[in-house]
Each structure stands twice: as C-alpha cells, then as structure tokens.
Design a protein around this ligand. Structure first.
Ligand code: NAD
Length: 543
C-alpha cells in the first residue's frame, strides 16, 4: 500500500576513480577490458518485450582503434521489428504507468548502485572498446555520469510531482503528472554511453514506455545498458531496443497514431529532418508530439588580453582534444588576443605535441581513435582542406592514418579569416582552429564570434578583468547554453551544470534537470469542490 510521502535519498555526484598506477580500479578495469577484447565475438540481439530477437543480417562490431579485430555482431532489424517494439511498449504501458512512482524510482536507484558496483568495469570496458575512450573518459561518462543521471533524476522526479497549485477555501486543486499518451522514440548518438541510457531512462522514470534506437557504433555498450536495466528489475517492454536503420525505423514510428515524443541527441541535420517529418505527419497523431533534441555545436573559447597564457593554452588543449574532440561540448574555435598569442602558441604546441595516441588499453594514451571510417574520412578531409588553403596554417598535428585504427593527430590550425570554414562548421573531431585578434578589438571580436556559427552549445571566456567577463557574459548571452568563466567549455556535471544549447544546438531542455523531466509528462489539473452550488443565481443578478 502506497500511503506515505516518501523522501528519496539525496543525490550526490558519484566520485570519479583515479585509475592511478597500482590502484585496484586500474587493475580490475584493464583485466575486464582484456577479457572482453579476447572473448569469442558476442552476438547482440534486439530487445523487444521479453524476447531477444536475432536476424540473418549480422553487422560486425570492432574497436575503432583496432578495426580489424571483431568483438561481436549485432542483428540488423527491419520495419517489422519496429512495429513489434511499438506493440510491446504499448502492451507494457498500463502496468508500468500505474506503478507507484517510488517503485519506478527504486529501479533506477538500484541501477545506479549496480553500476557504481558490479557493473562498473563492464560498462567502462565496453565503452573503451566500442567508442575508443581512455579509462578516464570512460569512467566520467559510462560510470559516473550515468549514475548521476539516475540518482539526480529520481530526485528531480519528486520535485516535479511536488509542484502543486494553490487552493482557496472550499476547493482542493491538484496537479497530476500523467505520462504521455503513447510511446517515446529515443534516438541516441555514439559519443556518450550515459546519454544513450538517459534518453531512455528519463522518460521511462516518469512512467513512459520507449522504443530505443542506439547508434550502430554504440551497440556494443548499449547491450550492457540493457543488461543493467534488466538486472535492476525494469519490466520487459518498458524499454525496447531495436537495431534498425534510422530512416527505416522512422518510417514506422513517425506514422504511428500513438507516437508521443522524440528524445534525440545527435547531429543538427538529422534532428531537423526528423522534426520536419513529424510536422508533415501531424494530422496522424493523437497528441502533439514532444520534440526534445540536443544537437551539434561549434564551441568556442575566447581569451581577453588580461588572460593568463598557460590557462588559455590548457583550456584549449583539454577542451578541444579529450575524447578526440568528439564531445558535443568540445572547443573547436579559439579567439586569442595578439598580446598573449606567442606565449599561448608555444605552450599549446608543447602540450599537444606531448599527447600520446593509441589504444585505450595503454593508460598513458591521452588520445585514442575517432569513432569510425566515415568520421575519419570527414575529419581528415577538413585537415586536407586546411592544408590546401593559404588562409590557414597547421601549427601542430595534421597527420592521419587508418591502417590499424582511425587515428587522427590532434590538430591546431591558425587562420587569418575569422569566418574560415573550420571556424564555423562542426567537424566533430580533434581539430581546433584559432583566430588571433587585435588585442584591443575585444568587443568587436565578441560580435564576430556570436555571428560566426549557427550553433549555441558551449563556450568560455578567460579573463582576469571583471569588466571584460561581464561584457562577454552579456554579449554572448545567446551564443551558448553552457557558458564558462575561466574554465574549459567541456565537463558539465549532472546536478551542477545542467546541459544543453539553443539556436542550431537543440531545444535546450537541459539533460539531467527537472525541466527535462517536465517534457515527459502531461499535467492534468483536478479541481474538487466540497460543497457545490445548488442555485445558478449570482449576487449581481439581483435587482
Ligand atoms: P548522428 O546524427 O549521425 O546520429 C544520431 C542518431 O540518429 C543515431 O542513432 C543515428 O543512427 C540516428 N539517425 C541518423 N539518421 C536518422 C534518420 N534519418 N532517422 C532516424 N534516426 C537517424 O550523430 P552521431 O554521429 O551519433 O553523434 C554526433 C552528433 O551528436 C554531433 O553533431 C554532436 O554535436 C551531437 N551531440 C550533441 C549533444 C548535445 O548534448 N547537444 C550530445 C552528444 C552528441
């Protein structure tokens, strides 16, 4: 019997393990990594209702840093599997949405504890193998951020449910937070295992049922997410994972009467295309679908003439190149004033040249491979473009080689054209372009920065001058959804820096925040009158 107002455990960010030499976590993780690397190739099914579905079309999975080595296959599904996943989701809906909220909360709190404990190494190792993250990048994503998403969202869920209207004497007004009527379509990117899990878990926590399509290059770690949800006791059918080609899945989903929401993270072009399809099909739906999308970025770091050169260089080197620049928040354009450029350049080149690149199995590698051949070809074509243009000069990096893995050296380009292609287009790889501006032209450079790209995800100002910080904060008000002062523009932590951007970067519904959870509910207002009127006459009607 649900007869109490339960308080949930206070969410605290999961501590990041250090993986320092000799630490037990380092030994344990590397041993699981080696085991998973060497084991017989696994066969990842689709998860539809209580079934594990396999097909004749097997798609190979390989580590990006070692692409000839096969770690497994997944099963390519078709439109029929998507239809089945929708049916399974809808069949699970009644029981799931009427489960008391604390029971749903308990499942995700349990998932968090399982991941903090027995699932940690497997989730991290799968992310190292599938997405070529080093131990630290895997830990902050696949373990810590995913745990934080589960724990903080449980807390935010109770915050949402607690929000109630006023009631005057004789009346009791209530707000009920119903899940959406229908199912949610979660479409997730390759780059964060935690985002893949959260795009399913956040709406599910609020009582929704999900059809989930992970990115092909993330399926290996996606399977561990499904195993984690099952181990935590998530009932079958609440989250159904299909490995169907995006457009083929969309063809079925976006024509379904009970399609109620899209929870998307990925590129801007794909998101716009999906939104247009949904708009064109609007007459088919029972409700107006919710559309939540976090998309591309062209994230910036601007230094003021008062900034410390070593701080600027380090913000650029860490902010641009960790996880090979494949964080949506990664800095990819820098604006450095002429008075400190010589010093920034020397420190930056020294730092970037010292990065070691290779397999994540070797902990001394700061840089690993980019996700796949398509990304490799796209990123390297940008580098070639820079080499071919006199407006650009590569000051470090510029090499690439895909013979063993998709390796691209972290590359810094300096351009004399502030609107150069690599200053405005999202590359999504280890390429940083810098424009050196006249030290006294700070304000004009802020305007230039604001106009240069269609995106508005993350950005930083580095300055020792408080007036300059204030000016940048004001002038760049709409240039970033996550704005940093004297820091790099990456590394948002759930519960501390709610994440998301506007303009071309998305709907800015801030993942891991109460405002995101509000998108997964349909509020119903209930007014109850205790002593109803028995006569229609109002006093004003009297003569
Ligand atoms: P992507 O757009 O190529 O793919 C994202 C997902 O969409 C994948 O699951 C893909 O299979 C699917 N998809 C592609 N075309 C589809 C279609 N026509 N119909 C249905 N589904 C389709 O992105 P990606 O390469 O996986 O991820 C990188 C992108 O994600 C970058 O642009 C990055 O900036 C962005 N990103 C943004 C955030 C954020 O919070 N703003 C976070 C992570 C990644």
């Amino acid at each position: 019997m649900s007869n109490a107002f339960y308080t949930v455990p206070t969410a605290v960010n999961e501590p990041i393990k250090s993986y320092a030499p000799g630490s037990p976590e380092r030994t344990a993780l590397l041993s699981v990594y080696k085991e998973m690397y060497a084991q017989k190739p696994i066969d990842v099914p689709m998860y539809i209702g209580d079934e594990e579905v396999r097909t004749a079309q097997k798609i190979e999975m390989s580590p990006p840093h070692d692409h000839k080595h096969v770690i497994g296959h997944f099963n390519r599904g078709n439109a029929g599997h998507v239809e089945k996943a929708i049916e399974s989701a809808l069949a699970a809906k009644d029981a799931w949405s009427s489960l008391p909220w604390e029971q749903r909360a308990a499942i995700f709190l349990k998932a968090a504890d399982l991941l903090a404990g027995p699932f940690r190494e497997r989730m991290n190792a799968a992310t190292m193998l599938a997405q070529s993250k080093n131990v630290f990048q895997a830990e902050i994503d696949a373990a810590c951020e995913m745990i934080d998403f589960f724990r903080f969202n449980v807390q935010y869920m109770t915050q949402v449910y607690k929000e109630q209207p006023e009631s005057l004497p004789g009346v009791w007004n209530r707000l009920e937070y119903r899940p959406l009527e229908g199912f949610v379509f979660a479409v997730t990117p390759f780059n964060f295992t935690s985002i893949a899990a959260n795009l399913c878990a956040a709406p599910a926590m609020m009582g929704n049922v999900i059809v989930w399509k992970p990115a092909d290059s993330q399926v290996y770690s996606a399977q561990v997410i499904m195993d984690l949800f099952k181990a935590a006791g998530l009932p079958d059918g609440v989250i159904n994972m299909v490995t169907v080609d995006g457009p083929e899945a969309g063809e079925v989903i976006f024509k379904h009467k009970l399609f109620s929401a899209l929870h998307f993270t990925g590129s801007t072009g794909v998101f716009r295309q999906l939104w247009k399809t949904i708009g064109n099909n609007l007459d088919m739906y029972r409700s107006y679908p919710r559309i939540v999308g976090e998309t591309g970025g062209k994230d910036f770091i601007i230094a003021h003439k008062s900034a410390n050169a070593a701080e600027v260089a380090t913000a650029l080197s860490r902010g641009s190149f960790e996880f090979q620049g494949q964080k949506c928040s990664a800095a990819s354009r820098g604006y450095v004033p002429s008075n400190i450029w010589a010093e920034v350049k020397s420190i930056l080149v020294e730092q970037v040249s010292s990065f070691k690149m290779g397999s994540p199995e070797d902990n001394t590698n700061f840089i690993n491979a980019v996700i796949d051949e398509r990304a490799f070809d796209k990123i390297s074509s940008y580098i070639t473009y820079c080499k071919d243009h006199k407006d650009a000069e590569i000051i470090v990096g510029g090499e690439f080689d895909k013979s063993k893995g998709y390796f691209i050296s972290p590359t810094v380009v300096v351009t004399t054209d502030p609107k150069f292609r690599t200053m405005s287009e999202e590359i999504f790889g280890p390429v940083l372009t810098i424009y050196v501006y006249e030290a006294d032209a700070f304000e004009a450079t802020l305007d230039l920065l604001d106009e240069t790209s269609e995106y508005a995800l993350t950005g930083s100002i580095l300055s020792q001058d408080r007036y300059a910080i204030e000016l940048a904060t004001k002038k760049l008000e709409n240039a970033a959804g996550n704005f940093y002062i004297n820091d790099k523009c990456t590394g948002a932590v759930v519960g501390q820096q709610p994440f998301g951007g506007a303009r071309g970067s998305g709907t800015n519904d801030k993942a891991g925040a109460a405002m995101n959870l509000l998108r997964w509910v349909q509020a119903r207002t209930i007014k109850e009158t205790f002593v109803p009127a028995t006569d229609y006459h109002y006093p004003f009607l009297q003569e």
